[in-house]
Ligand binder design. Structure first.
Ligand code: HEC
Length: 161
């Protein structure tokens, strides 16, 4: 009698403990993920991925993998040109953690990093102007010039895998 009365109780208590442990663990996991997600490193990763998405879309149209759509081309060019001046804000002094692939030289050689950002900004504006002009060869040339500015900055300032 007692056994049948107690064991469901014990079972329930254990279940509660197990559930609490699971909830606790998932809260911890979520907390560390959201810390990363709100951190400046996560913010600039999201920013860079946004740059990449627009670059890939434009690249597909420029190379003919995708039928060119002037409106989408222009929309992506606007996004890139609007985003380019914001790059520097995403690199406050010393903002590196174990997830970041930014090299310390970003801050050790800030004038050069600034120069690379400036090249990127100028190239993104030139690409935007070309999409407004609408001439395919010009758009293609400006696109590759812009891509070179991404590549050059990564070469000097981003860890390679
Ligand atoms: C002025 C320098 C600079 C320019 C210009 C630049 N990047 Fe980056 N990019 C970086 C640095 C530094 C990192 C590493 C950031 C980190 O992990 O903290 C990075 C990271 C990235 C990443 C990886 C993001 C991730 O999730 O880890 C992608 C993708 C990327 N850049 C795409 C681009 C594209 C596309 C362009 C051009 C349209 C561009 N970047 C222009 C400096 C630059």
């Amino acid at each position: 009698m007692i056994r049948t009365a107690v064991s469901p109780l014990l079972f329930a208590a254990l279940l509660v403990l197990v559930l609490l442990a699971i909830i606790g663990a998932s809260m911890l996991a979520r907390q560390s993920a959201s810390t990363a997600a709100t951190g400046i490193v996560a913010e600039r990763m999201a920013y860079m991925e946004m740059l990449e998405d627009h670059s890939e879309l434009m690249g597909a149209m420029v190379t003919g993998t995708m039928a060119p759509d002037p409106q989408r081309l222009a929309a992506s060019a606007v996004q890139l040109a609007d985003a380019s001046p914001r790059l520097l804000e995403l690199f406050p002094r010393g903002s590196r953690d174990e997830l970041s692939s930014a090299l310390a030289v970003v801050w050790a050689n800030w004038p050069e990093f600034l120069r690379q950002q400036r090249r990127f900004e100028v190239a993104s504006e030139a690409l935007l102007a070309a999409t407004r002009d609408g001439e395919a060869t010009l758009i293609r040339d400006r696109y590759w010039e812009l891509m070179a500015t991404c590549r050059d900055c990564h070469r000097g300032f981003r860890r390679r895998y």
